[in-house]
Design a protein around this ligand. Structure first.
Ligand SMILES: CC(C)(COP(=O)(O)OP(=O)(O)OC[C@H]1O[C@@H](n2cnc3c(N)ncnc32)[C@H](O)[C@@H]1OP(=O)(O)O)[C@@H](O)C(=O)NCCC(=O)NCCS
Length: 166
């Protein structure tokens, strides 16, 4: 997987500890998300999210990336290659800057990424949203994700697992 090819419009790169202030700036403006998914973001929680892995996965499978418009971070994504099984990509987190929201930026990023992953031979993309969060739910349904089942996760007790076949 080559992160530079995740987008034709934005510069994409792996985020590191040096980017935490910019990430915090973007995440902390998305107040609604943390109402459904407490606790509220901290620099420490970002550091932990950069390292956390689902069961059976290794550091090499994880892509915690930033999408940049010029030098400005406009979206953050946590993507796992091959979870829960080979051929499936799992998006653990995706958030855009509130300043660009509602203008199709999130949709364009997901659309292009799905095209890239399809070309690379992946079969589907999976993710989960916190049950009842209207912003996440509408966004993923609008972007072609279909509910698989209700389940629990490390972020919330009740989440909706969904999938988009590529
Ligand atoms: C969800 C999110 C990524 C969308 O980014 P975006 O750049 O605004 O995306 P788009 O402009 O392509 O799409 C906006 C869509 O989001 C949904 N949406 C956004 N805000 C909403 C709200 N307050 N209530 C309901 N739906 C909402 C709608 O489906 C909207 O589509 P519409 O404009 O056709 O009505 C962004 O709102 C965000 O980062 N939210 C916080 C984090 C989050 O919920 N991430 C997803 C779960 S991991």
């Amino acid at each position: 997987m080559q992160v530079e090819l995740f987008s034709d419009e934005y510069n994409v790169r792996l985020l590191t500890g040096a980017d935490i202030s910019d990430i915090y700036c973007l995440l902390s403006k998305n107040v609604l998300y943390y109402e459904y998914c407490p606790p509220f973001v901290t620099r420490q929680s970002i550091q932990e999210d950069m390292e956390i892995l689902p069961p059976g996965k290794e550091k090499k499978d994880k892509y915690y990336v930033g999408f940049y418009q010029g030098n400005k971070l406009i979206a953050v994504m946590d993507l796992i290659d091959g979870y829960p099984e080979s051929g499936i990509v799992y998006i653990g987190f995706f958030m855009t800057d509130t300043l660009v929201q509602g203008r199709g930026v999130g949709t364009a990023i997901i659309e292009y990424l799905c095209g890239y992953l399809s070309e690379q031979g992946y079969e589907s993309v999976r993710l989960a949203w916190v049950k009842g969060n209207p912003q996440s739910e509408h966004f993923w349904l609008k972007n072609g994700f279909v509910r698989l089942r209700e389940t629990t996760s490390n972020v919330a007790d009740e989440v909706i697992l969904a999938e988009r076949i590529l």
